[in-house]
Design a protein around this ligand. Structure first.
Ligand code: CU
Length: 173
């Protein structure tokens, strides 16, 4: 009987070892994948995500302006923009429309044509990102990818607010 027990124990031991032997295979698979992940992380780390805040200020048509009036982003960055309408005058609607420098008047004019139903914002492929028209005290967040390096402007397309409301954006490589 003793001998039988020992044999059983040996069989158990052998099968445990056999099971254990299968594990390293899976482990080596994981190890193979790991370097890829590390490389991707490093590539993403080169362009960090950015968070920016832009406020629309002013209680009268003479005062309306973006704050800050200029900012810089890095090409390809995932940008989280918080846009705040800080006017305390009820009729002061503002939006944030990001465009390449030089087409502000064209976009603003097309925005008036788009009308209130169209958020005073034209359908134009050159617009990098735009928000809805915000009301007094409203705050919203939009995310976008910083466009290719160059010179851009953020404007408000509410009728009459351009060219008073222009901010300068520089996108660097
Ligand atoms: Cu405005």
């Amino acid at each position: 009987m003793k001998q039988v027990k020992i044999t059983l124990a040996s069989i158990l031991f052998v099968s445990l070892v056999a099971c254990g032997g299968a594990e390293p295979k899976e482990e080596s698979k994981t190890v193979e994948k790991a370097p890829e992940k590390t490389e991707t992380k490093t590539a993403l780390a080169m362009v960090e995500d950015m968070a920016v805040e832009v406020a629309a200020k002013g209680e009268s048509m003479m005062e309306i302006a973006f704050e800050p009036a200029s900012m810089t982003l890095v090409e390809g960055a995932e940008v989280t923009l918080t846009f705040k309408n800080q006017s305390s005058a009820e009729g002061m609607l503002h939006n944030f429309v990001l465009i390449p420098t030089g087409i502000g008047q064209e976009i603003a004019t097309a925005g008036i044509a788009a009308g209130e139903a169209g958020n005073f914002t034209p359908n134009d492929d050159r617009i990098v990102v735009s928000t809805k028209m915000t009301t007094m005290g409203e705050e919203l967040t939009v995310t976008f990818t910083a466009p290719k390096a160059g010179s851009y402007e953020y404007i408000c397309t509410y009728p009459g607010h351009y060219p008073a409301m222009i901010g300068k954006l520089t996108v660097t490589e």
